[in-house]
Design a protein around this ligand. Structure first.
Ligand code: SF4
Length: 432
């Protein structure tokens, strides 16, 4: 039987879908990229915004129209956080939550008598990290590796702690083994991911912390670059920065979740840092790492955000000069503390603020890309040159493309290039 996989949301979800695909392939199920050809659909959901839920419903409608008899599996954060709503989605034949490791058995069970299955397990305090490791696919240069799950922060807007449960971490030895296998399989770059990555190790009870995992991965032969996905600013200590600064393979690209550049809004969000602390962290990172790039997420139009609060965020964004910003409008998530907050902002105002912030961030981004012109940088090439360009990234994740002069592929190769210009969201370069 052929399975079409669709993954919404973050890289953790992507990693888990890849893991499921590998398990199901081992049981003889084939993967198809063609929806019309699929016997089974696996939809790994995200529920971070109302928009994610909406997109999931649209996909389900499309599937049922296209293949009414196909088996549809709904899994991930949406059914875990919103069980009742998920149960009402009668288009789905199998509904499960975070226990994605159960899906192969659930598909087998369903195929016996085609009786609908809804099986969502509650998260429990002290539950173990679901053991999983992905095998090299032989196709890519960069692998995302999930080393942490869950969050106990309860930011007032966020549904994720309900969907993902308490913090739990992958044991250091398992990380070492997985990275060694990925290096053997040809991967050059590793991105460590988690739901709240900086909480890595807190549950292990032996003092292990994220920096220990980073040092372990950096010490793996064959791996050239190591990146970290989103981090919480208040959890990065001076000692962490000093130890990170000694790791040659660690890429100086840090995604520090900001959400708002206004202290009053940060407090209402239950974020655990102030703008001043965030500013100090950026300075320390930029002092420690040359070519340091800082990126972030900003939520616009949180409940109670006034024009002046938003203006503070704009000023803060300009001051920090983020090299890239992911901007998204706040949407109320049922069951969170902020659902009951007064001062909800209208969608027109949110959209206006999103556009205003986008314009500011886009200008900073273009200035950053242009500031690279004339520099010599080292690029790890990733993509085949289907459109006539070799494409890759510098260590600080600046996209670079070089006009292809030969027939060969540069994928997996690192080369020094000179930046000659900017084209859209990429630097152009020539080989030296
Ligand atoms: S740190 Fe806050 S925003 Fe991030 S997953 Fe946890 S609760 Fe959500």
């Amino acid at each position: 039987m052929k399975i079409f996989y669709y993954t919404f949301g973050c890289k953790v979800n992507q990693y888990e879908t890849d893991n499921l695909r590998q398990k199901l392939s081992g049981l003889g199920y084939k993967t198809t990229q063609d929806m019309a050809d699929a016997d089974i659909f696996v939809i790994n959901t995200c529920t971070v915004t109302a928009q994610s839920d909406h997109k999931c419903r649209q996909l389900l409608h499309k599937i049922k129209k296209l293949s009414p008899d196909a088996v549809t599996v709904l899994t991930g954060c949406f059914p875990q956080a919103f069980r009742q709503q998920a149960e009402q989605m009668t288009e789905c034949d199998i509904i499960t939550g975070s226990s994605k490791q159960d899906i192969p058995a659930l598909i087998g069970e369903y195929l016996k008598d085609r009786r609908r299955i809804v099986r969502i397990k509650d998260h429990e305090k002290g539950e173990a990290f679901q053991a999983m490791s992905n095998q090299p696919s032989g196709l890519k240069t960069r692998a995302f590796v999930k080393i942490q799950d869950g969050c106990d922060q309860y930011c007032t807007y966020c549904i994720i702690p309900f969907a993902r449960g308490h913090i739990r971490s992958k044991p250091l030895g398992d990380i070492r083994d997985e990275i060694a296998a990925l290096a053997q399989g040809g991967y050059k770059e590793i991105v460590l991911t988690g739901i709240n990555l900086c909480c890595y190790g807190k549950d292990l009870g032996d003092g292990t912390r994220l920096i220990d995992a980073v040092e372990t991965v950096c010490s793996t032969d064959g791996i050239q670059r190591v990146r970290l996905s989103s981090m919480e600013p208040e959890m990065i200590s001076d000692e962490d920065i000093a130890r990170m600064g000694r790791l040659e393979k660690l890429c100086a690209q840090f995604h520090l979740s900001l959400q708002s550049g206004c202290d009053k809004t940060l407090r209402r969000m239950n974020r655990k840092y102030t703008c001043e602390e965030y500013r100090e962290l950026c300075t320390k990172l930029r002092d420690t790492f040359s070519d340091c790039v800082i990126t972030t997420d900003i939520m616009v139009g949180f409940a109670g955000e006034t024009d002046e609060d938003f203006a503070q965020t704009i000023r803060f964004v300009k001051e920090i000069g983020f090299e890239k910003v992911h901007i998204f409008p706040y949407s109320v998530r049922k069951g969170t503390a902020a659902e009951k907050f007064g001062g909800q902002v209208s969608s027109e105002v949110k959209q206006r603020r999103v556009k205003e912030l986008e314009a500011v961030c886009s200008q900073i981004r273009q200035e950053f890309l242009a500031s690279n012109v004339g520099r010599t940088v080292n690029v790890l090439f990733e993509k085949e040159k289907a459109d006539g360009w070799h494409r890759g990234y510098t260590k600080n994740y600046t996209p670079v493309k070089v006009k292809a002069q030969d027939a060969g592929s540069w994928r997996w190769q690192t080369k020094n290039v000179r930046i000659t210009g900017v084209d859209g969201d990429s630097c152009t370069a020539e080989i030296i």
